[in-house]
Ligand binder design. Structure first.
Ligand code: GDP
Length: 460
């Protein structure tokens, strides 16, 4: 912590609530001068003994000299018991743009510096109020696309991830301490004995790290959502399927082949996960320039998808073009489902026939009648998330954390291999120290200042 104490602290201010109309707008002031600066603009009606009671709401007026700006509430948080860990004063004025803007301008004219994006949170981190994974989770919470994403962010804000990481670091430290005793008194038998004791513990720890790292597959779904590419040749009913899902005419439906030339994205929530649908053009090989671009986009959409739904028109015989999408998605190794559409019409391609040709789950639907849609959505969810469903435990949702865990796992593996091969304890201990350091990147403990700055810049 001490390495962060040398930075220059000034007093900063910013609107903490969204700009626009609403009941209240909160202006936050943080830094050593927060209280004295606030006292120049905010005048409470009543204050006992002339003292500010921390965390107590005072009703009063925001004034610029004789001019009344707004009636407001003011609250003082005394360091270190505040969001940033510094002295903080918050002014709750009436929402809307003007009162808040006038208050801010007034503070700035008095020499309070406008805060940079994310600066309050950065100060909170630098003052030890939260670890960096919690700070990152606040940004996740603000940008969460689904209930599940918000829940996971809330758990990380509370420090659940940091606690798990620190626990792993403690286990490593304990093992290292035993190993280092052996390094001090090098003696072949003793080294072997120590290695023999350390190995099983290290394997258990590595398994734990590995499980957490693997949870990123689900974490990515929670954060970014299930991306579904609707593929199939023109006129099979992809736009109609989208309309059936959303219950509105969002995609253009027409009976002229090739009208849906763009990738359309739509948002939806399935079992509290965000789902994004991409309507795509077909993949017909064609000389038409516009359609060729459509084909490229289709391939791109399939490449980025968590699940591909290949839509077939059951009222027509299967065609070579149907196979092209199937082969492409299979070749990319992306989970695939088949929706056999237009089952309200006489069948030219039956479910049995389709199941015989394609190696993928196949469901019958009638998009224009909204039939079979629920079952299709359930199958999409199952394909994306896996049969076991979403896990209840903490999952990694941030790629930076996943990468650090991966590095820690690899370093630990190097250490384990060294011990297994009978290489001296010294070498193995270097690997374990590396693993410890990589874990610390998640909480921010072992990150250097430049990287910390970059993380906070990216947060906003
Ligand atoms: P896209 O090109 O794959 O997006 O196909 P569209 O959704 O534009 O549909 C092409 C044509 O098929 C339209 O005339 C739709 O009304 C029709 N269509 C789509 N789904 C069904 C269905 O389930 N049953 C029937 N009978 N017609 C359908």
């Amino acid at each position: 912590e001490s390495k962060f104490m040398i930075y220059q602290v000034d007093t900063i201010c910013a609107q903490a609530t969204a700009v626009g109309s609403g009941g209240i707008a909160i202006i936050r002031i943080s830094g050593p001068q927060a209280l004295s600066d606030a006292e120049k603009v905010f005048f409470p009606y009543k204050k006992k003994n002339g003292l500010w009671k921390p965390r107590y709401m005072y009703l009063g007026e925001i004034r610029s000299g004789d001019q009344l700006i707004d009636q407001a509430l003011g609250v003082y948080f005394r360091a270190p018991n505040s969001y940033t860990g510094e002295d903080v004063f918050e002014l709750h004025c009436h929402g809307g743009i003007q009162a808040a803007k006038m208050t801010l301008d007034l503070l700035i004219s008095l020499g309070v510096r406008p805060a940079e994006p994310g600066e309050f949170t950065k100060r909170a981190f630098l003052n030890g109020k939260m670890d960096i994974s919690a700070a990152e989770a606040i940004a996740d919470q603000i940008g969460a696309l689904s209930e599940r994403g918000a829940q996971m962010a809330a758990r990380q804000i509370q420090g659940e991830l940091a606690r798990q990481i620190r626990q792993m670091q403690r286990q490593l430290t304990d093992i290292l301490a035993e190993m280092e005793a052996g390094i001090e008194y090098p003696e072949e038998d003793l080294e072997l004995e120590i290695a023999g004791e350390a190995l099983p513990k290290l394997r258990v720890l590595q398994e734990r790290m590995y499980v957490l790292q693997k949870s990123f597959t689900q974490g990515k779904l929670i954060r970014e959502g299930i991306r579904v590419a609707l593929a199939g040749r023109p006129n099979v009913g992809k736009s109609s399927l989208l309309n059936a899902i959303f219950g509105e005419d969002r995609a253009i439906v027409s009976n002229i082949p090739g009208t849906t030339r763009d990738v359309i994205t739509e948002h939806y929530q399935l079992h509290s996960l965000p789902v994004q649908f991409m309507d795509t053009a077909g993949v017909r090989e064609t000389g038409d320039e516009v359609e060729r671009i459509g084909v490229e986009r289709t391939h791109k959409a399939i490449d980025s998808a968590s699940v591909v739904v290949l839509v077939l028109d059951g009222s027509e015989p299967l065609q070579e073009e149907d196979m092209q999408v199937y082969r492409y998605a299979k070749a990319q190794g992306i989970p695939l489902l088949i929706a056999l559409n237009k089952t309200d019409l006489p069948a030219k391609a039956t479910l049995q026939e389709v199941q015989g040709i394609f190696d993928a789950p196949c469901l019958e639907i009638a998009a224009v009648r909204s039939e079979g849609i629920e079952a299709l959505l359930e199958e999409i969810y199952r394909k994306a998330v896996g049969d076991a469903g979403l896990q209840e435990g903490l999952v990694i949702t941030n790629s930076r954390h996943a990468y650090a865990l991966q590095k820690a796992c690899n370093a630990l593996q190097d250490g384990i291999s060294a011990l297994e091969e009978g290489i001296d304890l010294d070498c193995a201990s270097i690997d374990l120290h590396d693993a410890w350091r990589y874990l610390g990147e998640i909480t921010g403990e072992t990150l250097d200042e430049q990287i910390i700055d970059r993380i906070f810049e990216k947060l906003c």
